[in-house]
Design a protein around this ligand. Structure first.
Ligand SMILES: Cc1cc2nc3c(=O)[nH]c(=O)nc-3n(C[C@H](O)[C@H](O)[C@H](O)COP(=O)(O)O)c2cc1C
Length: 192
């Protein structure tokens, strides 16, 4: 990553990298490690970045509403998300809370633009993560109507309350943190 001198520069670059992850499957931050809390224990899984809005301080993913992570956040909306960029050696840690958007206009639009093969992820007859007595890819059993699975699809939105960015450098690492309070953004340098 470039030579940064100000918190503002790093902040802008972080949001740019999140946007790039949404736009391209080749970006290192494309796959996020997304952690929820289940019965007071952490549960973490990989998810594809689908959206980032720096004004609203949110990022979002696509999910099957039947999956256990959606039940997790009904009991405890707090979570954490991790990104790592291997070539650039940038780690981003996010804290915040999850919400589900199954039916907004935006969610409807996303569903309408999903290609039929992607819709298959939401058309499986069984609940994701449920055990199976036989080897199962949980694909639809026969030809499905185009909109089958719509009731299982939602956007998983993460509202960020804290960002922590660590940039590894041979000459000395750099670390910065931003707290999003009701009154705006509180930025600070952090000892790596
Ligand atoms: C590279 C990769 C990307 C994935 N992307 C998503 C995704 O965008 N949405 C999703 O719900 N699951 C995604 N998964 C599957 C999840 O990691 C997880 O196995 C599944 O959602 C069930 O999680 P849960 O039991 O915690 O709800 C992805 C898995 C991998 C390996």
């Amino acid at each position: 990553m470039e030579a940064f001198e100000s918190l503002e520069e790093i902040y802008s670059r972080v949001w740019e990298k999140l946007q790039m992850a949404v736009a391209s499957r080749h970006e290192p931050w494309r796959i996020a490690s997304v952690a929820t809390v289940r019965d007071r224990h952490p549960e973490v899984r990989s998810m594809v970045m689908r959206g980032a809005d720096s004004d609203k301080k949110i990022i979002w993913f696509h999910t099957d509403l039947r999956s256990p992570k959606c039940t997790d956040l009904k009991h405890c909306p707090e979570g954490a998300i991790l990104f790592h960029d291997n070539p650039d050696h940038v780690q981003l840690r996010l804290n915040g809370f999850f919400s589900l958007d199954p039916s907004s206009t935006q969610s409807e639009e996303v569903w309408n633009n999903l290609h039929p093969p992607s819709r298959k992820c939401y058309q499986g007859p069984f609940v994701p993560s449920s055990t199976s007595p036989v080897l199962s890819s949980n694909l639809p059993l026969g030809p499905n109507p185009l909109h089958a699975g719509r009731e299982n699809f939602a956007r998983l939105i993460f509202s960020i309350t804290q960002m922590d960015c660590l940039i590894l450098k041979a000459k000395g690492h750099i670390r910065a943190r931003w707290l999003f309070t009701g009154n705006g953004v509180e930025a600070s340098w952090v000892n790596p």
